[in-house]
Design a protein around this ligand. Sequence first.
Ligand code: CPU
Length: 561
Amino acid sequence: MGRKRFVLFDLGGVLLTPGPQAALQRLELSLRLPGGFLQNVFAKTGSDGPFAQAERGQIPFSQFVTEMNKECKTLADESGVTLPDSFSLDQAFNSMYETSGVNKPVLNAALTLRSNGFKTCVLTNNWVDDGPGRHHTAELLALLNQHFDLVIESCRVGMRKPETRIYEYALKMLKAEPNETIFLDDIGANLKPARDLGISTVLVRDTEKALKELEQLSGVQFAEKEEEALPTAAHPDTAPHGFVTIKPGVRLHYVEMGNGPVICLCHGFPESWYSWRYQLPALAEAGYRVIALDMKGYGDSSAPQDIEEYSQQELCKDLVIFLDKLSISQATFIGHDWGGALVWNMALFYPERVRAVASLNTPFFPADPEVRASERVKSNPLFDYQIYFQEPGVAEAELEKNLQRTFKIFFRGPGEKDKLPPFIGTSGVCERGGLFVGLPEEIPLSKILSESELQFYVTQFKKSGFRGPLNWYRNMDKTWEWAATAHNWKILVPSLMVTAGKDPVLLPVMTTGMEKRIPNLTREHIEVCGHWTQMERPAALNEILVKWLGEIHTSSVPSKL
Ligand code: CPU
């Protein structure tokens, strides 16, 4: 038996549960038809009937339904069965969309195989869907195309299972040998020709048993629990990129996925759109158009030199122009770290444009008109690094010296089992004369990111360095003067604050009292989580965001004005 490198998955009954057979049975029950009546109609019409024609793409779904309805009536007359006047197979397919869903353990197994170097493929008998449920089909196909290397629909290739040539076609497209390939289907007759070709087959009746067999054949262990698996990450080479020019010479770069209400993701210091890699696919899949920005100064966005370009007032104006240019009237803004500070300001100053706002780790720090921001920062030893960041050129030199080392030092989680301190000391930085003073030259890679992910950040920062990113810290009092004009305004848009139990800089306790200014605040907390929330606890965060987004998009939030 060859080493397995390719896996083909059937759709209905394998990746979707329950499958079409179960839907037909349910329809028979609900219409009080004799058991097997509908199955019989499908069997009777055979491999040249309307069903097979639809599956080969010779007729679309609507035409197949009309013709099958006729066949049902004929068989009913012949066998003395009474069909209700309203009978239509449309119902069967609509109820299938409503009651069936993705078989999560199977999808997770497919994702695990893919991340272990397997090529994965969906091989499905499907039709050209011009019916009322076609948007379900579209959503499903978008999901499958994202998670699998290849999706083969019978109707697009003019052949169907169990015709031998469709298996040969799949092997050819994958550049696979039969003995390197595994195929899962819930219909035994579809497996036979594949087996005859030398493909290993798994008959899926019971998910758990089938996955055990798949584990044995592939030699890959699947996680017991869903939460343990890392969510899918967006990849810079395959994700779609966009650019918006804000003003002459200044453009913002972003990565976009999905469709639906718009969500703008704003990263922090010193990061990238890529910090949202685990959130992009999950939020897109949940039904949103997700836009992850390279904030001004970062990556493929422009990095003007002037400090004033990075005041919160200026950065908010940029975001409004960004929305204007994309013709987006409102978006939900989700920010982390400096991105969090920015999205609070968006909600405060531009509530018309903000559908809802969420901040990860960063509390809403209202400006106190009595105390200048720079004085407030000086009074908190934890923020000493921000004083060190003030002198243009100084921190730039230290952080740009060895980008690889810089990011290995920054990106660390609270649970690292090595001898280094889990996070850079943020106090006493000025006295030490630098952020990294006293740290070894060689830094081990943290378990929160891989070597190639680290490399991505390094490449991004080779473009414009740290000057733009550090300038975000250099407008403290300018921003304070602006924010103080709104010192008693409230934030009334739906708002979420996600605190992280082990963030050494943005402490959960700093969020105490936020409800005074944000009466509709929803709170979530991730206890085992340091500063880099999106990559440290991606599954937990995605669950929180999807739940909150679902709530705010279905209900109008009662005002506590
Ligand atoms: C800590 C220390 C030095 C360099 C980088 C870090 N975030 C990581 C965290 C940096 C940060 O300073 N955030 C701001 C966001 C706005 C409120 C104040 C803190």
